[in-house]
Design a protein. Structure first.
Length: 331
């Protein structure tokens, strides 16, 4: 196939297709023409991918077809199978895509929390300058535990969920800066470490762990993943690889949107645990067990279901049309 002759002979149809796809209001005849040209364009794209995989031409035609498809497809044709696929494939694939960023962020966060807790607990004067001794006693004796029981369970769950989901979304939304997510991770880890030091110095370690672990395992996992997704977005912009910066940012942006949806669901579960389990009269080991199951379930979705979804070709950063138009590139 002579690629130049092929493209030149069909350039008029592609331009017309792009024009119709960008037209706000179409007549009946124009809508029919749009569908006809879209089908022709899809055939042309298939021929190009098979016989002359020119990256620039394939990319150009793919963009035109995506625009046309968005005009043709009905916005109300969502099916239950698509919903199921989103939850069982797209969400796990998106979380899997940021898995190592999440693990590294979690490890660094835990190191900061442990270091802050150990250092402040080992230096009473420093801890007293951060939290006065009278406040330390009040926190250990009543304030820390009462925080989880002073509000009705349903209201407290909703309040916690709203706040945490907002923080997670903000980490992703400001991820392009690469600064805010890192600051949130650091501040969060620092606060946990200092609070742990306060409870340790006041001989209230068991109170601290029995109230933190039930919901904190899942909640902190979500915070770490949110920060990781935000920083990965910044990395995609700085180091796009073989993609253009615009393409790299667009693909990672779609992935992070899915991550936000996933974290909103996970934080809802964490909020329910914090509101109905953490401050309840259940046996502390049972509460920790419930939190542990939620924690394990979350990471099974990330590494187990996510790995399977990616292996069967799910890419949350691309739609079906874009996935079909991918061609191998060197490097």
């Amino acid at each position: 196939m002579d690629i130049d002759v092929f493209a030149s002979a069909r350039a008029g149809g592609w331009q017309r297709l792009e024009q119709l796809a960008g037209t706000r209001r179409l007549t009946g005849a124009q809508a029919d023409e749009l569908v006809r040209l879209y089908r022709q364009g899809a055939t042309h794209l298939s021929l190009l991918r098979t016989n002359a995989p020119d990256p620039e031409l394939v990319s150009r035609l793919s963009v035109i077809l995506v625009k046309a498809r968005s005009r043709i497809a009905s916005p109300h044709d969502l099916t239950w199978s698509q919903v199921l696929s989103f939850f069982t494939r797209t969400i796990p694939a998106a979380l899997y895509r940021v898995r190592w960023w999440s693990v590294i962020t979690a490890v660094l966060g835990v190191l900061v929390a442990v270091s802050a807790g150990w250092w402040t607990a080992s230096h009473p004067a420093l801890l007293a300058s951060v939290v006065p001794p009278t406040e330390q006693r009040e926190i250990a004796e009543s304030a820390f535990a009462s925080y989880y029981s002073e509000y009705p369970s349903a209201s407290f769950s909703a309040m916690v969920w709203t706040n945490n989901a907002f923080v997670a979304a903000l980490c992703v939304a400001t991820g392009i800066t690469g600064i805010y997510p890192a600051k949130v991770m650091f501040d969060n880890a620092l606060n946990v470490g200092v609070m742990g030091a306060v409870m340790h110095v006041q001989n209230a370690d068991w109170v601290f762990w029995s109230l933190i672990l039930p919901h904190g395992l899942l909640e902190l996992s979500c915070v770490f993943v949110a920060g990781a997704a935000g920083m990965r977005l910044a990395w995609a912009w700085l180091v796009p690889g073989h993609r253009t910066r615009r393409q790299s940012l667009a693909e990672e942006g779609r992935t992070t949107i899915v991550v936000v949806v996933a974290l909103t669901i996970a934080l809802f579960i964490s909020g329910l645990i914090e509101g109905f389990v953490t401050g309840s009269q259940l046996d502390p080991w049972l509460k920790i067990g419930i939190g542990g199951l939620a924690f394990v379930g979350f990471w099974v979705v990330v590494f187990g279901l996510g790995r399977r979804a990616v292996r069967i070709g799910t890419d949350p950063g691309l739609n079906a049309e874009e996935q079909a138009s991918l061609i191998p590139v060197a490097g």
